[in-house]
Design a protein around this ligand. Structure first.
Ligand code: FES
Ligand SMILES: [Fe+2]
Length: 377
């Protein structure tokens, strides 16, 4: 007998209905990274974010701008037009848009119709990141998962981007369940003791975290070389994986020699901001910022950590693409069974599902009001 009992299968299927997956609608009313700072300049850059086509550029004064990438006249992509000063000239019939997304010139007529244009999306530039609000609610700046450490002189960091196949939900789950380090990352920065290490789960209303203590351990070459804890088999690797928002997962790791008293030992801290922005239901923009609080001026160290991180993330990318292929083909008999170490991931996916339901309900109520109004008229 390899299949679980029907009772377990049914319980697993019921549990899945409460958890977000690749088919769950996106949560629009929140902040996501639209681009890295250096990606947006004096050229038109197109990107699909949460299924919406967006065009990005900077004004001459350096302000980033995000508009719907679709002309309000006949839907030609604005990203295929021309950036002229702070305005975009559509490449089809030449209608001109200002940085707010409004028409400011229609070549075929002397008078430009007022109050017509495309949507302009609120952006916040912070450190290496440009955040976007795609929701219908008013943008809530207090919801921005601001990361002070990216602007602190006590931290050095590098930023990167990787397009991925698979849903952002899968990437969040991958990040909160680091038991996969011993297997997916066996060749790079996983160690056999990682999956078995004791852990604590911290489940809040909107935040979900796992704290894992891998002590004593022998660090994998990536972290042994970066920290200098090379020969020891009594190192400590303390990792906190924390879901902060639909657009941010934070990993914070401390390394030190566990046999030394707290006051006599050097501690090395790594922080990784994983910034998944859904592109489509089955593809994700994986932005990341990898920070450290040691060797701040060592460019070689920064390059080494950055390259190794990219290699590690390519392993995740491969695993998540394989999972997405399987999930795409699932049928009515599909089930999954969770174990104790999945507690935080399950809570996080339930939260995403309930946020998505609220978002959809809000959109439906706006649509209903609009319908009533147009019927009234
Ligand atoms: S489609 Fe853009 S001006 Fe006509
Ligand atoms: Fe991973």
């Amino acid at each position: 007998m390899t299949l679980p009992s029907q009772k377990i299968i049914s319980a697993g299927q019921r549990a899945l209905q409460q958890m977000a997956d690749r088919d769950t609608p996106f949560i629009f009313n929140d902040w996501y990274v639209a681009a890295l700072k250096q990606e947006v300049g004096r050229q038109l850059t197109k990107r699909t974010l949460l299924g919406r086509r967006v065009v990005l550029y900077r004004t001459e004064a350096g302000q980033p701008v995000a508009l719907d990438d679709r002309c309000a006249h006949r839907s030609y992509p604005l990203s295929e037009g021309i950036l002229d000063g702070d305005t975009i000239i559509c490449g089809y019939h030449g209608f001109r848009y200002d940085a707010n997304g409004n028409w400011c010139e229609v070549p075929s007529q002397a008078k430009c119709p007022q109050g017509i244009g495309v949507r302009n999306y609120p952006l916040i530039e912070q450190g290496p990141l440009i955040w976007i609000w795609l929701g219908d609610d008013a943008p809530d700046a207090t919801k921005l998962p601001h990361q002070d450490w990216m602007e602190s002189p006590n931290w050095a960091w590098s930023s990167g981007y990787m397009p991925m196949k698979g849903s952002y939900v899968g990437l969040h789950e991958n990040l909160i369940d680091l038991t996969h380090l011993s297997f997916v990352h066996e060749r790079t920065f996983g160690t056999p003791d990682y999956a078995r290490a004791p852990f604590e789960v911290d489940i809040g209303e909107e935040k979900f975290a796992v704290l894992r203590n891998v002590v004593p351990t022998k660090l994998p070459p990536m972290w042994a070389n970066a920290t200098g804890l090379v020969e020891t088999t009594t190192a400590a690797r303390i990792a906190r994986s924390s879901f902060e928002s639909p657009g941010l997962h934070l990993t914070s790791v401390a390394f030190y020699e566990s046999t030394l008293p707290e006051n006599d030992r050097a501690e090395f801290h790594i922080r990784v901001a994983h910034l998944p922005t859904p592109e489509t239901a089955s593809s994700t923009h994986y932005f990341f910022v990898v920070g450290r609080d040691f060797g701040l001026d060592q460019e070689d160290l920064q390059n080494f950590i950055h390259e190794q991180t990219c290699e590690v993330f390519s392993e995740d990318k491969k695993a998540l693409a394989l999972v997405d292929d399987v999930l795409r083909d699932r049928d009515h008999s599909f089930f999954e069974v969770s174990v104790a170490s999945d507690a935080a991931a399950v809570a996080m996916r339930r939260y995403l599902k309930s946020r998505a339901r609220t978002d959809v309900r809000e959109q439906e109520s706006v649509a209903a009001v609009t319908m009533v109004r147009s019927t009234d008229a």
